[in-house]
Write a protein that binds this ligand. Structure first.
Ligand SMILES: Cc1cc2nc3c(=O)[nH]c(=O)nc-3n(C[C@H](O)[C@H](O)[C@H](O)COP(=O)(O)OP(=O)(O)OC[C@H]3O[C@@H](n4cnc5c(N)ncnc54)[C@H](O)[C@@H]3O)c2cc1C
Length: 468
């Protein structure tokens, strides 16, 4: 069987490896437009901050695949697909065109940073940055090395977790950072207001927060960048002057040419918010075509959303691979992807914030404002007499009618991320607060408490409110 995979980062490489490991007879071709594979884009901020070389941020080398017999076409871009003839057109960096026939196609083209209109012509400038590719990383690293400790002002447009991670790298090297976001809070997509406020309290001394502020235009005037900003709250224009600017306002799925190709062939590659619609086995609306990762939708509490995370790219890549394997080897089961809880974690100086499931606002939208409640517990992670002992704050979000746990937000040290990981499984399995209380957790006097903090939170709610 000939399997063509477009895109060689998390989703594409995961699918290729599982396919080949299960059946060495599969002929697999991996197409990648870059001259490298599986670059960890979030490693850019990590490299700046930690000094770990950017070159370490590749999770695989092409030779890891070629030695298994997987063919890799680097610096080849898939430009067209004939879905009826099952043929992919690829163009090399030298403009050589090839046609590749497939039995099964896996689309793993991921997503690309949104470039706002005002910045479209600024990519060539050595002080305007995106955070996606290895080249983006090198460019940012170069600027960083040359300008650190010189009081340069860096404006970061977008207040998501990329901004929070970059802030720490820049601020520790004496850049002055301005975070500009049109929302009233940073990290708004993930956390409730009270949790965002904890983040803002930590970062305010390290940066200027320009919230409710929408960038309208960007101009290069001599060596400075002028950001013309409109404040949605005060309804006033403001000018922010910076030496450099990083744009991280989100991603969009790389699906344009695929949708157009399908239309031309009289087929529909169904999308939602431009992300390819897939079922739990990563199957698209076109026969023998799979999609996984950042180019595809994520299933989240009955909704189909675009919110690409690496762990979902991997899980969807596995589902695609297992569905194909199952067709030739019935002993290997299909492995459908469970719905995501978009569990994520971000480091904010010496704290780590993590979350899983729904925020209060999102839960209220889905289940009604009056039906959603939350409860917050803050306690030491270990027994009170332990001298090295960090606190952990856990906010649980639950439905009032069923007392089902639907979300958890956690602030603590690195170990506290484990609370969100556990909550993720509980939420995903639809556990109510009684079931949360009765789960089995290891206890050891050196590491923890006899009652897990999630149990503590659930128990407090039951004792206060009863359980109908
Ligand atoms: C700054 C930043 C920080 C992030 N941090 C986290 C995090 O902490 N945790 C987390 O889980 N997720 C994080 N994410 C999200 C994560 O990076 C994505 O979910 C993940 O990379 C998706 O993997 P993917 O393989 O589906 O797609 P991508 O990583 O987008 O890769 C797609 C690949 O396809 C190739 N490609 C695209 N089109 C073509 C074509 N036509 N022909 C050939 N090749 C093509 C691209 O070159 C690329 O290699 C972060 C994202 C960003 C931007």
């Amino acid at each position: 069987m000939k399997i063509v995979i477009i895109g060689a980062t998390h989703a594409g490489t995961t699918a290729a490896l599982h396919l080949k490991q299960c059946d060495p007879q599969f002929e697999i071709i991996l197409i990648e437009r870059n001259n490298y594979i599986q670059f960890m884009r979030y490693g850019i901020a990590m490299s700046l901050q930690s000094g770990i070389p950017l070159e370490k941020m590749f999770l695989h080398q092409p030779s890891d695949f070629t030695k298994l017999g997987i063919e890799i076409l680097l610096e080849h871009t898939a430009t067209d697909i004939d879905f009826k003839k099952k043929q992919v057109t690829v163009q090399s960096a030298e403009n050589e065109i090839k046609q590749l026939i497939y039995d099964k196609l896996i689309i793993a083209t991921g997503s690309q940073p949104i470039v706002p209109k005002y910045a479209e012509n600024f990519n060539h400038l050595n002080n305007v940055f995106q955070v996606k590719s290895y080249q983006n990383g090198l460019k940012l690293q170069e600027y960083f090395k040359q300008n650190k400790n010189q009081d340069k002002v860096v404006a970061i447009i977008g207040g998501g977790y990329t901004a929070i991670e970059l802030l720490q790298s820049f601020a520790q090297n004496n850049f002055k950072v301005v975070i500009v976001d049109r929302n009233p809070r940073v990290l708004r997509k993930y956390f409730d207001q009270d949790i965002c406020e904890i983040v803002e309290e930590i970062i305010r001394p390290k940066c200027t927060l320009a919230l409710n502020s929408e960038v309208k235009s960007l101009q290069q005037i001599q060596s400075k960048l002028h950001l013309n900003v409109f404040n949605n709250k005060t309804q006033e224009d403001q000018l922010i002057t910076a030496d450099a600017c990083v744009i991280c306002i989100g991603d969009k799925p790389s699906t344009n040419f695929l949708v157009q190709a399908a239309q031309r062939d009289g087929l529909e590659l169904e999308t939602i918010l431009d992300a390819i619609k897939i079922d739990q086995n990563s199957i698209t609306s076109i026969p023998d075509v799979y999609a996984c990762g950042g180019c595809a939708i994520t299933r989240f509490h009955g909704e189909q959303i675009f919110l690409p995370l690496a762990q979902d790219a991997v899980r969807q890549g596995i589902s695609a691979a297992f569905d194909i394997i199952n067709q030739t080897n019935a002993k290997i089961p299909q492995l459908p992807t469970f719905d995501s809880e978009v569990t994520m974690a971000v480091r904010v100086y010496d704290k780590v914030l993590s979350q899983s499931g729904l925020s209060t606002a999102h839960a209220q939208q889905l289940f009604g404002a009056d039906n959603i409640k939350s409860h917050t517990v803050k306690q030491l992670q270990k027994l009170d007499f332990m001298t090295i002992n960090e606190s952990v704050l856990v906010k649980i979000v639950y439905r009032n009618d069923t007392k089902q746990l639907v979300g958890a937000q956690v602030v603590g040290d690195r170990n506290s991320v484990e609370v969100s990981q556990i909550a993720s499984i509980m939420i995903n399995r639809g556990m109510d607060l009684k079931q949360v209380v009765q789960q089995d957790f290891a206890f050891n006097q050196w590491f923890g408490k006899p009652q897990h903090v999630l149990q503590q939170a659930a128990l407090e709610v039951i004792l206060q409110e009863g359980f109908k």
